[in-house]
Write a protein that binds this ligand. Sequence first.
Ligand code: FMN
Length: 369
Amino acid sequence: MTVRTSICDLLGIDHPIVGFTPSEHVAAAISRAGGLGVLGCVRFNDAGSLDAVLNWMDANTSGRPYGVDVVMPAKVPAEGSQVDLAALIPAGHRDFVDQTLLRLGVPPLPEDERARDGVLGWLHSVARAQVEAALSHPVKLIANALGSPPDDVIASAHDRGISVAALAGKAEHAARHVSRGVDIVVAQGYEAGGHTGEIASMVLIPEVVDAVGAGVPVLAAGGIGSGRQIAAALSLGAVGVWMGSFWLTTQEYGMLSPLPALRDALLSASSSDTVRSRIYSGKPARLLKNRWTDAWEEPGAPEPLPMPLQNLLVSDAHQRLMHSGDPGVVAMPVGQIVGRMNAVRPVAEVMASLLAELDETLTRLGQLR
Ligand SMILES: Cc1cc2nc3c(=O)[nH]c(=O)nc-3n(C[C@H](O)[C@H](O)[C@H](O)COP(=O)(O)O)c2cc1C
């Protein structure tokens, strides 16, 4: 039996499953399978490259809805060019990164990988250009990682009939998003991959549902990788789920990042193998724990810099770590659900097993009465 909730009608989807992913291949496959694929835009350094990928999404989603996710603070920070910002990074931090890479035996990037810029999508100006590019495509949802987007972004989305979502790690943040005009709140618990707060999903989701009131759809995020967990999210009052980590071991993700070391690290990690740290972006984010994250916790390691400086500091290092071929050092956001990511499967198969287990769980619960 198909489970439908209010989010299905709002977003025009068959199943209450929204999938965040940096990969257009994964996002399109989620949408084709009846969920909503949401493409993370932070990896695009300019609007042109995002626009080209959104053209590809338009051609590969079989007319099914999809969304985009940007990293945009509500308050516009003072921001210079990449060169101005780079000058703010202390030499001691650069030395620490260089020495750590040397100590971990991480080689320089191969010649053909060297030309890439650092990740500029963390910059407000770049995120704004990404929103402009997205608005010229038939996107159904714009989500913001760092809270409510600026008022004019919400207004432009609403003018075009696009829903706006924002992530929240606390009930008061969720209520604030709604007061600013956000349509959908993603309640993201402590166990989630990427930027995350300190409250576990079990406590957070009902708090957020109660704080925003019955009319506002809440999606549950953090730790979801099975139909039983989707059923739990629905029980806690969410109208659907927002999953991120679980797509990293799909076949389609391998098309974006065909790196055996990353795949092996994810497949072998247990739910204890993550750490919440500021070393990825400057804000607390849950990452795969390994020798690179451990190095930042050793005595004498520098304090991570604020956003966006920390990401500028480590973006070259991230590429080197990812291409090192060593599963023990890959730099990767992932949540505690990594312990259940034990096989590489196509997105359609993952969706089908989530839905089958959701159905079985609801039947089992129904038999308790
Ligand atoms: C590799 C990775 C990158 C992420 N990057 C972003 C991002 O750019 N923007 C965002 O809103 N959330 C980002 N997230 C968080 C997800 O949107 C989602 O909230 C989270 O993964 C849900 O928890 P889960 O990892 O337990 O499924 C990221 C998560 C992962 C695993």
